[in-house]
Design a protein around this ligand. Structure first.
Ligand SMILES: NC(=O)N[C@@H](CC(=O)O)C(=O)O
Ligand SMILES: [Zn+2]
Ligand SMILES: [Zn+2]
Length: 343
């Protein structure tokens, strides 16, 4: 049994950093674990222009600890009205991707896309410019069961999108089902997926263990065990189409522990430790480095990082709560023992 794991410095390809005091509270955790992160644009109001993305980037850099070399990779929030000209401006500003939120699908998605066909000219411009499309892959049709919304999204949105823009690079974010794992596995080189630690570690029972557990509630919601197993198989296969994206999504504890609980799990504080636990349970620790450090940059067409990080088998307990601006934030597995520790 190995007691030390050394990896090329990893990146987080799906992250929520929020803004203002919340940003200042959470950015240091990610900067400690990762060299780069894809920063989601679902602020209020959303980041929809290159100029807003550049200003947000400056606020992120200002929130980092002195001496940190962490690099935020910026994204725009795709709307029905995103102009093709904004794609050119985004490209020039170093923005790497646009994010598709079906309107109403998740946290801060009300400004999202109501019909993907309204975005076709913009998607065409992205395909030409080489900007990626990142997708929250759930339909919002209230007639579709919440647990089926990802699978139905594949038929209704993903298939037509892939047919109409075959060379647009698409990341199916935070996949949660065997249907999505299968779809991405059998797709061509223009499609990939991110996986969160919670969807590799837990099935939907975690939401109901001894009572309702709001800190395990995120979207897409945790699924049945057969789906978790399919996700585990996908990452254990070593396929380069799957890579690390925590979807760490901080919400103040008082808003999680409320009659209406916001969707999102905060995992940035111990992300690598949680992934190491998942890969160890799978007997696939040898696949962790490619998942965390190679597959993402290779798909995005960015250089791999240099330098390494080390995880040690060393039991520790992350704090049950940390500061989140003036509020509190409860990390997933806070107050519980983890077996791996980032050095
Ligand atoms: N994953 C979540 O449950 N929440 C995310 C939004 C998202 O990634 O869908 C958030 O911004 O809070
Ligand atoms: Zn999402
Ligand atoms: Zn997210």
């Amino acid at each position: 049994m190995s007691t030390t794991l050394t990896l090329t410095r990893p990146d987080d390809w799906h992250l929520h950093l929020r803004d203002d005091a919340a940003l200042a509270s959470v950015a240091p955790y990610t900067a400690q674990q990762f060299a780069r992160a894809i920063v989601m644009p679902n602020l209020r109001p959303p980041i929809t222009t290159a100029a807003q993305a550049m200003a947000y980037r400056e606020r992120i850099l200002a929130a980092l600890p002195a001496g940190s070399d962490f690099q935020p990779l910026m994204t725009l929030y795709l709307t029905n009205n995103t102009a093709p000209a904004e794609v050119a401006a985004a490209k020039a500003a170093g923005v790497v991707a646009l994010k598709l939120y079906p309107a109403g699908a998740t946290t801060n998605s009300d400004a999202g896309v109501t019909d993907i066909r309204k975005c076709y000219a913009t998607l065409e411009a992205m395909q030409r410019a080489g900007l990626l499309l990142l997708v929250h892959g759930e339909v919002t049709d209230p007639a579709i069961d919440v647990f089926d919304r990802e699978a139905v999204f594949i038929d209704r949105v993903m298939q037509p999108l892939r047919r109409d823009f075959p060379e647009l690079k698409v990341v199916f974010e935070h996949i949660t089902t065997k249907e999505a794992a299968q779809y991405v596995s059998s797709s061509d080189r223009f499609t990939a997926a991110t996986l969160t630690p919670q969807h590799l570690l837990y099935n939907r029972n975690a939401l109901f263990t001894g009572g309702l557990r709001p800190h395990y509630y995120c979207l897409p919601v945790l699924k049945r065990e057969e789906h978790r197993l399919a996700l585990c198989q996908a990452v254990a296969s070593g396929s380069p189409k799957f890579f690390l994206g925590t979807d760490s999504a901080p919400h103040a504890a008082q808003l999680k522990e409320a009659s209406v609980c916001g969707a999102g799990c905060f995992t940035a504080l111990s992300a690598l430790e949680l992934y190491a636990e998942a890969f160890e349970l799978l007997g696939a620790l040898d696949k962790l480095e490619a998942f965390a450090s190679f597959n993402g940059p290779d798909f995005y067409g960015l250089p791999r990082n240099t330098g390494t990080v080390t995880l040690k088998r060393e039991p520790w307990t992350p704090p049950a709560a940390v500061a989140f601006g003036d509020a509190q934030l409860k990390p997933l597995r806070g107050g519980e023992t983890l077996n791996w520790k980032l050095q």
